[in-house]
Design a protein around this ligand. Structure first.
Ligand SMILES: [Zn+2]
Length: 156
């Protein structure tokens, strides 16, 4: 192999790696929720003491979960609906904001958000979408509590 060809292959590999990094960064910023926020800090939402919670939050942010609606899109399940609500799609929004199965944990979540002046949070709010980094961090802490207490981490 000539030096020119080796250099070309090395350059191609470098370009592919950069492209992959950009794609991953875009996937983390442009989620199924729309653009959550641009933040130059490296995956700031993944610094809780629990890797399982960090993984769940990341999956919810990029929309790649093990919830039935996503598995159905991938052809991995026949039923895209919530296990407890046969007429509602099993989506992150349904899990966090609507599903009656998690009503008591959601009530606790909403009560914990009142002091932060957040009365009707959106899915993006709950997943760290606030433009105020301090507020986003505080909200996400409460969302993590909801995820843990609702016992649904294995489904995310
Ligand atoms: Zn439900």
């Amino acid at each position: 192999m000539t030096t020119d060809l080796t250099d070309s292959l090395t350059n191609l590999q470098t370009t592919c790696n950069r492209h992959w990094d950009t794609e991953l960064t875009d996937a983390l910023q442009y989620t199924s929720l729309g653009r959550i926020r641009h933040d130059t800090r490296h995956h700031w939402w993944t610094h809780s003491p629990s890797r399982a919670l960090d993984t769940a939050v990341t999956r919810l942010r990029i929309g790649h979960t093990r919830l039935n609606a996503h598995l159905h899109k991938l052809g991995m399940t026949d039923d895209p609906h919530c296990p407890w609500c046969p007429t509602y799609l099993d989506t992150p929004e349904h899990l966090l904001l609507q599903c009656p199965r998690h009503h008591s944990h959601r009530t606790a979540l909403l009560q914990s958000l009142y002091p932060l002046l957040l009365r009707r949070p959106t899915l993006a709010d709950l997943l760290g979408g606030s433009p105020d980094p301090g507020l986003a961090f505080k909200i996400l802490k409460h969302t993590r509590t909801f995820l843990q207490k609702s016992g649904q981490l294995h489904r995310i």
